[in-house]
Write a protein that binds this ligand. Structure first.
Ligand SMILES: [Fe+2]
Ligand SMILES: [Fe+2]
Length: 320
């Protein structure tokens, strides 16, 4: 495939080189990690930020005994991290592997492989941090670990891939969902990373992860910019549509996981809470990020429509 714009290749080359150098100094995987297990465990502190619970305003939740609410917050930490692990392993890693194993046609081929292999290492560390921090909380609270696999973002992705008709669609689908996730995960981690009132380990692990994800969002944006230049109009349209659809799945309330937790805890009026709350969460936390992403990587204008119209359509769909 013919490369379209050499000037842009140079700009992408210089940014990817900078990001690759920064990684050596900044990434958590290259630092001596603090010994989280020496952080004092405070049984009176919450393990999760209550304002992030999808049912925080539901009467049945508000009237539940405090001890039960506290157990739910520990499981919220479990769900949050398990979803993070699934995003890392099932969404981001396959897209890194695609680019490492079979890089797209580009003057920046080696750099793309270089930054993607760095991201792959980071995600392995994040997976380890998440699972250890979950197990720490389960152990301290004497709770049975949550087993859950059917996160909506992951099952939706698998369904899309199964329905793709061509290899280019499968590859762009994997990349689009990973690229959107790498931008949206910063918003997903933000509240917990900034909440110093919660259990120290929960705050610290999320904060360390969030710092790495700031860089990943740039890495994926520049890799995406490079890839977009080599795409046809039809391929660009496809990439854009999957990136936009990812927002809704990313914001999903994951009530399947909550249903499992509620039955483990025998939570009163669980059915009523799940029915009343519904699966779709507020997408506005994520729309600014996705709007600037599609602008930044060249998926607006030239017949593709503006980013504002894309976000308006997203809102319409979410509240239809
Ligand atoms: Fe990560
Ligand atoms: Fe990441």
């Amino acid at each position: 495939m013919e490369r379209l714009n050499c000037d842009n290749d140079d700009a992408v080359h210089s940014m990817l080189t900078k990001l690759s150098t920064l990684w050596k100094n900044r990434a958590a995987v290259n630092q001596e990690l603090p010994d989280y297990w020496n952080l004092a465990f405070d049984p009176d502190k919450q393990d999760f930020t209550a304002s992030l619970l999808p049912f925080r305003n539901h009467q049945a939740w508000q009237e539940a005994p405090e001890a039960l609410q506290s157990k739910c917050l520990s499981y919220a930490w479990g769900i949050y991290n398990l979803k993070t692990i699934y995003i890392e392993c099932n969404v981001v890693v396959p897209a890194c592997e695609d680019i490492i194993k079979t890089p797209p046609p580009s003057h920046n081929r080696m750099l793309l492989q270089d930054v993607m292999s760095q991201a792959l290492l980071d995600e392995a560390l994040h997976t380890r941090m998440s699972i250890m921090a979950c197990n720490y909380i389960y152990a301290m609270r004497k709770l049975a670990p949550l087993d859950f696999t059917a996160f909506n973002l992951v099952t939706w992705r698998e369904g899309l891939l199964a329905n793709c008709n061509a290899e280019w669609e499968r590859r762009l689908t994997r990349f689009a969902i990973a690229c959107a996730s790498e931008t949206l995960i910063t918003d997903y981690l933000k509240t917990m990373a900034e909440d110093t009132s919660i259990q120290a380990i929960c705050h610290e692990v999320t904060r360390t992860h969030a710092m790495d994800e700031w860089s990943h969002s740039s890495v994926f944006s520049f890799v995406a910019t490079d890839i977009v230049h080599g795409l046809s109009r039809k391929e660009r349209e496809y990439l854009r549509s999957i990136i936009l659809k990812t927002v809704q799945m990313f914001a999903n309330n994951e009530l399947g996981a909550w249903g499992t937790v509620f039955s483990m805890l025998d939570f009163p009026n669980a059915r009523e809470i799940l029915n009343d709350v519904g699966d779709s969460n507020e997408i506005s936390v994520y729309t600014d990020s996705v709007e600037s992403l599609i602008n930044r990587i060249g998926l607006t204008g030239k017949g593709l429509g503006s980013s504002q119209s894309a976000i308006a359509a997203l809102h319409e769909e979410a509240y239809a």
